[in-house]
Design a protein around this ligand. Structure first.
Ligand code: SF4
Length: 188
């Protein structure tokens, strides 16, 4: 018993000290939350759609929910159905077998809605491009508001893209449907 106590005292505390609360970070978080509340009027609901990704982008999206980024504290949460979503977060080039599913998901999302295309594949087709198996970039299939390049983009870049899309709403608390500046090819 005494031997163990002596050993504990000799060894001391080996774990890292917990980080001190950062006022600057706390202020930034409050500003982002206020921005979302100002533009959306409540929490922002996002439906993620994998349209043909290699899953690299998904790993970075998952990071947004970990204890470090903790995206829910900003008033942003992921939902399981497009019918509950304000925004679609779409990854990958659109594979041909996902083309109709992506269009249906877009149609099922209530207006007004925002679309963020993630990763080099989502922005311009990336390494997959357009082929018999791939429609290429997301904007070839549905209207896109914001693109976030990177292979894969970092969680911070993804968060920045989400906030850029939210900030692009000119009218507070109303996500106007006239925001879509990138029409799919072939649409009028
Ligand atoms: S951008 Fe990179 S990580 Fe994302 S789906 Fe394409 S290849 Fe994968």
């Amino acid at each position: 018993m005494y031997q163990i106590i002596r050993q504990i005292l000799r060894t001391g505390i080996k774990t890292e000290a917990p980080p001190q609360p950062e006022d600057a970070l706390r202020n930034e978080v409050q500003q982002i939350s206020a921005q979302i509340l100002h533009h959306v009027g409540r929490a922002l609901a996002i439906r993620h759609v994998d349209a043909g990704s290699c899953n690299g982008c998904e790993l970075e999206i998952h990071c947004l929910n970990n204890a470090y980024y903790n995206i829910e504290r900003l008033g942003i949460h992921f939902v399981a159905s497009p019918r509950h979503a304000d925004m679609l977060l779409v990854t990958g080039p659109v594979s041909r077998h996902m083309e109709i599913a992506l269009k249906r998901t877009y149609d099922a999302t209530p207006d007004p809605k925002l679309v963020v295309a993630l990763g080099d594949c989502g922005c311009d087709g990336g390494i997959f491009g357009e082929s018999y198996a791939s429609c290429g970039k997301i904007a070839n299939v549905i209207p896109v508001d914001v693109i976030v390049p990177g292979c894969p983009p970092t969680p911070t870049a993804i968060l920045q893209g989400i906030l850029t899309a939210v900030s692009s709403c000119k009218t507070p608390q109303v996500l106007t449907s006239g925001l879509h500046n990138s029409k799919p090819s072939g649409s009028s």
